[in-house]
Every structure is written in structure tokens, then in C-alpha cells.
Design a protein around this ligand. Structure first.
Ligand SMILES: Nc1ncnc2c1ncn2[C@@H]1O[C@H](COP(=O)(O)OP(=O)(O)OP(=O)(O)O)[C@@H](O)[C@H]1O
Ligand SMILES: O=C(O)[C@H](O)CO
Length: 398
């Protein structure tokens, strides 16, 4: 039996989900062998999942979304680092939870990447999602040595809103170590940077952006990308590979302009992830992969799967979004490909059985199936999840 579920956002961490499910299963079948592999899709909880799988947690003080100091962690094992942008620039890092769609910056995420480089990382899994920001990764790039100036030669204000003032950009001062690392953009979504499916339009509102803000941010990010097309690229022999990850020399040399590659990055899948930090990451050579697929590799899912007959996955809300590359869909696809049976636990279930079936999930067990009151399900999630797991044990193990 393998428990590979994401967190129930707002009620249980992924580690707690695994603990509660295990406790419920063992109440019905005391000796049952259960392997726990908490999972995440690149968004918040990604460092926790890596740590649960044996990575070392490294704490660093970096800038939060509004520039105040926050304590953030990345995970390290050997020369592989897992950096989660939400640790520095996530919604949960906003002081008092007050949304700041125009001014929130990813500067602290760049500081986290720098800390991973300082720690000797040669491969960096950059998990993105759950962000408070819509700055196209400008803050992150600044922390790594890029310069973004207004018409008076002054740094533009932090956040996506400030990018309308951008007159010139220069990436030639980027940390040269970036040229020598493998950077993987582990993204929860595959949106482009701008336009109707872009970061401001689709994810701006959840960060507090009004319709006017969305429009302003969309224009600001388009302007940002346009300026970058004419900007000096990173120096160093191993120039970034662009969205395909195929390393080449186009970005090398401080006189080389980013040009067509910057334009290509803006429309590449994942550019619009986490307020466009995906774009910034692609620009410095990151290779895009769906976050859950990257994390299953990092966490050693294939090995954990070998001895399991049944896989229990899940997340807080099994809904339409789940089908678009969220953790349970990724777990189910990988488990089904290996011929394993998959069921899911969740707080609330908003998918019909056919949709679950298409995702490879045989049956879903919502907490609301044993406790109809949603508020109680959230407040008392742990014990209720144990009862749900008892049900799974009775259905599949006895
Ligand atoms: N114990 C619970 N009982 C009932 N519903 C819950 C419970 N815990 C979470 N939820 C529901 O699930 C939602 C959170 O969904 P979920 O955990 O899938 O995260 P998400 O918002 O999809 O983000 P992510 O991409 O990080 O997974 C909550 O807003 C709530 O509606
Ligand atoms: O952070 C965000 O904007 C969403 O999670 C999509 O990446």
C-alpha cells in the first residue's frame, strides 16, 4: 500500500494526510504495510515533500513579497536542491495576508536560488505556484544580478505594476553559476506569460487583482518581455538553453541580445506560472516540466510503487483543476502506467465518477462522505480522514 497524497490546503499537510490515512488503515488491518510518500506539484508544500523524502531542510532569511524579511527553506540532497518559490514569494508570506497584486515581488525567490547555488547545487528543481506575485520574475532576476531601470536610470519599483516604467534591462550581470546548473521549472500550470490565458488574466484575481489591475499587469508584462528582447543577455560560455533546454550560445556574451529567444520564452508553456516567474526562469535556461512529474522523480515514486498493489492519492478538493496536471492526476497516471489500482481521498469531491475514471482513479473518498458538514470536515479533518481510511481498508483490504 502506497499513500502518495498532496496536502488538503487549509486543513492538513501532506505529511499529516499520510499519517492519518495510515492510522485508519491500520485500525482495520493492524499489520498492513504502508509506505508514505507525501507529494506536491511545485507549489506550496514542495520543500516539505522533499524533506519527508529525505532531503535536508536549509533555512535562509530572504525578502518576502513586500520586501520584509521572512525565513524560507529550500531542500538539499547531494548536489540537488529543491527550491520552492512560494516559500519566499507565496500568498502565505504576505504580511497579515493582505493581497498586493501590483507590488508583490519575487526578489526573495531569487535570493533562495542564490542560496541553493551557494550550497553547491548543480541541479535545481525550481517549484513554482501558489504565488502572491505577478512580476514576470523581474524580482527574482534582480536578486540574481539583472538590472531593470526606468528612463532616469533608476531601478523600477518592485512588483509587476512597476514594470510599466521599465526603459532598459540588462541581464549581463546575472550570476555566472547559473550557466553551469541544470535548472528545472517544476510548474503547477502551463499558461503563457500574457493574453487571455496569461498569468494576470487567469491567476491575477486570486492575488487580489481587480479587472483594471489585470489589464495593467498584462500590459506591464508584455512591455517587460518586449524590453527584454532587446536586452543584453547573460555572459558566460554556457548560455541558457531557452524553453527547450537545449543549451546553446545564444544567450552568451554581454553584447548578445536576448532577441527571439525572449519572445519564444514568453509564449512557452509555463511562462505564466506563478505570476510569470516561469518566464524569468525560462529566460535563464530553465527546462519546463509539469511539477508533479518532476516531483515524482525527485521523491522516488517509481521505487516506492514497486511493492504496492493499491495507491492512495488525494488533495483538499478533487475538482476540474485536478484533471489539469494536479498532484493526484499525476500520481494516478504514473501508478496506472505501472498497472496499480488507485483510489483518492479528499476534503470535497466535485468530479463525477467518469471523470475520475478517465484520470485513472477508481474511486474517491471525500471527508464529506462520512461527515456532511464541511466546516466540521475542515476543523476536524484528521480524525475524519482516519474514518475514511478505515472505509478504504474495508473495501480493499479485508
Ligand atoms: N478537510 C477538508 N474538508 C473539506 N474540504 C476541504 C478540506 N480541506 C480542504 N478542503 C477544500 O479544498 C480546498 C483546497 O484545495 P486543495 O487542497 O486541492 O488545494 P488547491 O487550492 O487546489 O491548491 P494546490 O494547487 O496547492 O493543491 C479548500 O479551499 C477547501 O474547499
Ligand atoms: O502562483 C500562481 O500564479 C498559480 O499557482 C499558477 O502558477
Amino acid at each position: 500500500m502506497l499513500v502518495a497524497a498532496d496536502k488538503f490546503k487549509g486543513s492538513l499537510t501532506a505529511v499529516q494526510v499520510a499519517e492519518r490515512v495510515t492510522a485508519g488503515l491500520r485500525r482495520v488491518v493492524p499489520g498492513v504495510e504502508v509506505t508514505s510518500l507525501p507529494v506536491a506539484d511545485g507549489g506550496d508544500g514542495t520543500v516539505d515533500a522533499a524533506v519527508a523524502a529525505g532531503f535536508e531542510r536549509r533555512e535562509v532569511t530572504v525578502a518576502g513579497p513586500l520586501g520584509d524579511e521572512v525565513s524560507a527553506a529550500f531542500a538539499l540532497r547531494g548536489d540537488t536542491a529543491v527550491v520552492e518559490m512560494a516559500e519566499a514569494s507565496g500568498l502565505q508570506r504576505l504580511p497579515d495576508g493582505v493581497l498586493a497584486p501590483l507590488s508583490a515581488s519575487t526578489y526573495g525567490s531569487g535570493e533562495l536560488l542564490r542560496a541553493a547555488l551557494d550550497a553547491g547545487a548543480r541541479t535545481i528543481v525550481f517549484g513554482v505556484g501558489g504565488s502572491a506575485t505577478t512580476d514576470g520574475g523581474a524580482g527574482m532576476l534582480s536578486a540574481l544580478g539583472a538590472r531593470f531601470l526606468d528612463a532616469d536610470g533608476q531601478p523600477v519599483p518592485p512588483g509587476g505594476g512597476g514594470l510599466v516604467e521599465l526603459a532598459s534591462a540588462d541581464l549581463s550581470g546575472l550570476d555566472p553559476r547559473l550557466g553551469a546548473v541544470e535548472l528545472v521549472l517544476a510548474s503547477d500550470v502551463d499558461n503563457p506569460l500574457t493574453g487571455p490565458k496569461g498569468a494576470p488574466a487567469v491567476y491575477g484575481p486570486q492575488k487580489g487583482a481587480s479587472p483594471d489591475d489585470v489589464q495593467a499587469l498584462d500590459e506591464a508584462l508584455a512591455h517587460f518581455a518586449k524590453i527584454l528582447e532587446g536586452a543584453p543577455g547573460p555572459t558566460g560560455a554556457a548560455g541558457p538553453g531557452g524553453p527547450t533546454g537545449a543549451g546553446d550560445a545564444r544567450g552568451g556574451g554581454d553584447t548578445a541580445l536576448l532577441g527571439a529567444r525572449a519572445a519564444e520564452c514568453a509564449v512557452s508553456p509555463g511562462a505564466g506560472a506563478a505570476g510569470g516567474i516561469g518566464y524569468g526562469a525560462l529566460l535563464i535556461g530553465a527546462r519546463f516540466r509539469p511539477g508533479i512529474d518532476v516531483m515524482l522523480d525527485v521523491l522516488g515514486f517509481a521505487a516506492a510503487l514497486e511493492n504496492a498493489e493499491l495507491v492512495i492519492t488525494g488533495e483538499g478538493s478533487l475538482d476540474e483543476q485536478t484533471l489539469h496536471g494536479k498532484a493526484p492526476a499525476g500520481v494516478a497516471a504514473a501508478a496506472r502506467a505501472a498497472g496499480k489500482e488507485v483510489v483518492a481521498v479528499c476534503g470535497r469531491l466535485a468530479l463525477p465518477p467518469e471523470a475520475l475514471g478517465r484520470a485513472g482513479i477508481r474511486r474517491a473518498y471525500p471527508l464529506t462522505g462520512v461527515e456532511p458538514d464541511v466546516a466540521t470536515c475542515i476543523a476536524d479533518a484528521g480524525p475524519i480522514l482516519e474514518r475514511v481510511a478505515e472505509k478504504i481498508a474495508r473495501d480493499f483490504l479485508v
